[in-house]
Design a binder for this molecule. Structure first.
Ligand SMILES: Cc1cc2nc3c(=O)[nH]c(=O)nc-3n(C[C@H](O)[C@H](O)[C@H](O)COP(=O)(O)O)c2cc1C
Length: 380
């Protein structure tokens, strides 16, 4: 710490030892954020690499935007990919990305995703069950047993690719309504075989993915390689509850038992949010923290803008990740360390300051009418 005035922010810069012995030099990181700026063949672009390089001093847990593990899991032709068969340029791009993020001793974490029914490029959008969702033109097709086994294997293949590319870990994307969450949700999963039905059945796909990723990591001999899991702790669609926080706590228990190094929550209402689907008075992150009970690290995120927010978020989690704050202020952590927190940008004009190097298509995505992204804090 450079400044005694910043002693109150010292908790943000304390090291943390993860369950596998890996040490993070601070309690900060970047949330996974899709850049919408990839090339149609799924290879990372220079603009994306520059964006990540510019943000490699936010914190030690440097997580990438979601990367598709399978061609039929890809969200759109702007998402970079990690399919093994495209090993040449895909691997070269991922290697540059890992190198850009790892500067300063960060842990570079590749977020692995299958979009399920939200994969707009898929010839056939897959999910747990045959179902027509009102917001999609095309119906979703339920995966066969063989299809499920393929996707589980693809998460393992992408983990192998991440290891080859020099990443320090992967984060399994089990949040935000994509395939893993779709299997856990009674709203999306109407199967009556062992991949659906009761809680154990709906948890099975997520657990198989964690076990496969763990198996590949063990095979690699990389005991230091991190495995994280991101979860949306509840799913509520108006009157319909896909799953409750209490059910998520059961899944979290099982995932921790299956061997992750950290759990990362994604809460639409921000890190202080309480549940929508039950009347429990405590913040969801407090309930998750109490269930994890220190067995693995807990990463929290959402609506963290100031260093005071971040210190408060650490009352729930061991690490706090910044999303939009890291976009509009890539020097966030430097400014806190230097006692210049008053200079942290809290809002932005519609035109981005070229110094912050956000990919143009990512910036434009925020400004689209009815954008589904959480909004940028615009000053005008
Ligand atoms: C542009 C953008 C892209 C995102 N892409 C992902 C993603 O790839 N994976 C993911 O888990 N969450 C994604 N999110 C959600 C963020 O990780 C984070 O949970 C959300 O922005 C709330 O954090 P914030 O308030 O700090 O921005 C994205 C958010 C934004 C704004």
């Amino acid at each position: 710490m450079n400044s005694s005035t910043n002693e109150k922010y010292a908790p943000l810069f304390r090291p943390l030892t993860l369950p596998n012995g890996t040490v993070l030099g601070d309690r900060l990181g970047m949330t996974p954020m899709t850049t919408f700026a990839g090339s149609p063949d799924g290879v990372l672009t220079d603009e994306e690499i520059a964006h990540y390089r510019r943000r490699n001093n936010i914190g030690q847990l440097a997580i990438t935007g979601a990367v598709a593990v399978s061609p039929h899991g890809r969200l759109g032709d702007v998402q970079f990919v990690a399919y093994e068969e495209q090993d040449g340029p895909v691997l070269a791009g991922l290697t540059r990305l890992a190198e850009a993020l790892r500067a300063r001793g960060n842990k570079a974490i590749l977020q692995l995703q299958h979009g399920g029914r939200e994969a707009h490029l898929a010839e056939v959008p897959f999910g747990p069950s045959d179902k027509h969702f009102p917001w999609h033109e095309r119906p979703t097709t339920g995966l066969s047993e063989e299809g499920i086994a393929d996707v589980v294997r693809e998460f393992g293949d992408a983990t192998r690719t991440a290891i080859k590319a020099g990443f320090d870990g992967v984060e399994i994307h089990g949040a935000n309504h994509y395939l893993l969450q779709q299997f856990f949700s009674t709203y999306s999963n109407e199967r009556d075989d062992e991949w659906g039905g009761d809680l154990a059945g709906r948890m099975r796909f997520a657990l198989e993915v964690v076990r496969e990723v763990r198996r590949v990591v063990a095979e690699s001999g990389r005991a230091d390689f991190l495995v994280g899991y991101r979860i949306s702790p509840e799913e509520v669609h108006g009157e319909t509850v896909g799953y409750t926080v209490d059910e998520s706590l059961e899944l979290i228990d099982a995932i921790v038992e299956a061997g992750v190094d950290y759990v990362h929550t994604s809460l639409g209402g921000g890190f202080r949010a309480t549940a929508q689907g039950d009347d429990h008075p405590d913040p969801v992150n407090q309930r998750v923290r109490d269930r994890i009970a220190g067995r693995v690290a807990f990463v929290v995120s959402g609506e963290v803008w100031t260093p005071d927010d971040a210190v408060e978020a650490l009352t729930y989690g061991d690490v706090v990740t910044l999303g939009r704050a890291a976009l509009i202020e890539p020097d966030w952590s430097h400014k806190v360390l230097d006692g210049r927190e008053a200079e942290i940008r809290r809002s932005t004009g519609r035109e981005q300051d070229p110094d912050i190097q956000v990919p143009v298509r990512m910036w434009d995505k925020f400004l689209e009418p009815n954008s589904y992204l959480p909004p940028l804090p615009l000053s005008e």
